[in-house]
Design a protein around this ligand. Structure first.
Ligand code: TPP
Length: 372
């Protein structure tokens, strides 16, 4: 890992040494509660997956400050082109756990009607949150193209695209960074360096001295920030956002953090992450760090965490129950939302599938058994 010291604001003690964050008590509380909501959603989905009620989930423990700090630096009119791990950004801007749970269950209320993987949300926004793509890095040039279009229309909208350390090895990273650098598109590239791309560590991902340094080759600033420090992420992303908004072009932000769970529920990180590394990062939990800051500001006392986390768990639990009770999408929806006029061969295939289902019954009814 590079020797560059990440920018931080909240010291381990919770002190911020005169940093003017400019946030009201209400705004700070919203950041704190959103981080707890991310964790509650995460904890609940892990239990749902392990008990066979949903098929898959993407853990987020440890990276909450990156997501919430970055989202808090954006206006609602800005755009987020997220990675699959970024649902904290959506929650911050008002998406409800229930909207997310419908997707986790792939039910009839899911905007993708179960035709996407779980955690691949697409929302009817309270925020501009582009639907999540699985292929690594493909959303990076999409964000740049959208930003360039906004620039040509002389809008002052900013586009944030977020990806992991592994995302920097994608073709999309190169083409997006290059185009944005040349044309000064209003983009913030947020690389959440959580140490691993599934089991691939940084030493095997890049020969360069970290990720922020790559910005230099594309003619833009590169900044390293402590990704477990919400106020530092907000400050660094906020400066990049304002630079972009004023026509100053893109920035690459590398947020150093650590994912405290598996890559996904299909992964076993104990097979490749050294125990000492987990212990090191466990002492740097982003939520506890923020609590120490809130306590020093006089906004937090012992007991607040349990009460609020419990509230979040109630909200997420109710969402899971409601999503589980919601009917599955109708079989016909497999064939909808693609063509305005469905081609004849697809209509024939659809009819054959409906006839089969009518004769044999619903093949997916499994009495609550693990669906895969
Ligand atoms: C183009 C492409 N190649 C491979 C994969 C399989 N894959 C899924 S997630 C992942 C790791 C990505 O790691 P990183 O970008 O660091 O993000 P993180 O999961 O750590 O947040 C890989 C290789 C994929 N989805 N898309």
């Amino acid at each position: 890992m590079t020797a560059t010291q990440p920018i931080s604001v909240i010291e381990e003690s919770g002190a911020i040494n005169g940093h003017a964050h400019g946030l009201s008590k209400q705004e700070l509380s919203h950041c704190y509660r959103t981080m707890l909501l991310v964790r509650a959603f995460d904890d609940t989905c892990l239990k749902l997956q392990r008990s066979g009620r949903i098929g898959f989930s993407i853990p987020n423990k440890g990276v909450e400050a990156c997501q919430v700090g970055a989202a808090s630096a954006l206006r609602k009119s800005d755009w987020i082109f997220p990675s699959y791990r970024d649902f904290g950004m959506a929650l911050y801007h008002g998406v409800k756990p229930l909207d997310m749970m419908h997707n986790m269950y792939g039910n009839a209320q899911d905007s993708a009607k179960g035709r996407q993987m779980p955690v691949h949300f697409s929302f009817d926004a309270p925020i501009h949150f582009v639907s999540i793509s699985s292929p690594i890095g493909t959303h990076i040039p999409q964000a740049v193209g959208a930003a360039y279009a906004a620039m040509m229309r002389k809008e002052d909208t900013v586009f944030l695209t977020s990806f992991g350390d592994g995302g920097t090895s994608s073709l999309g990273f190169h083409s997006g960074m290059n185009f944005a650098g040349v044309w000064k598109a209003p983009v913030v590239f947020l690389c959440q360096n959580n140490g691993y791309a599934i089991s691939c560590p940084t030493e095997e991902q890049t020969a360069s001295d970290g990720y922020a340094i790559k910005a230099k080759a594309y003619g833009m600033p590169g900044v390293v920030v402590d990704g477990n420090d919400l106020l530092a992420v907000r400050k660094v992303v906020g400066e990049a956002v304002e630079r972009a908004r004023k026509g100053g072009g893109p920035t690459l932000v590398e947020a150093r953090t650590f994912r405290m769970g598996g890559h996904s529920t299909s992964d076993d990180p104990t097979r490749y992450v050294p125990k000492e590394l987990v212990e090191y990062w466990a002492k740097r939990d982003p939520i506890e760090r923020f609590e120490r800051f809130l306590a020093q500001a006089g906004y937090w006392k012992k007991g607040d965490r349990d009460r609020l986390y419990d509230e979040c768990m109630q909200e997420v639990g109710a969402a899971a129950r409601a999503a589980e009770e919601t009917a599955r999408p109708a079989l016909e929806t497999v064939f909808t939302d693609v063509y305005a006029d469905m081609p004849a061969h697809l209509r024939r295939q659809g009819q054959a599938a409906f006839d089969l289902a009518a004769r044999k019954g619903d093949a997916s009814a499994g009495d609550g058994k693990f669906p895969l």
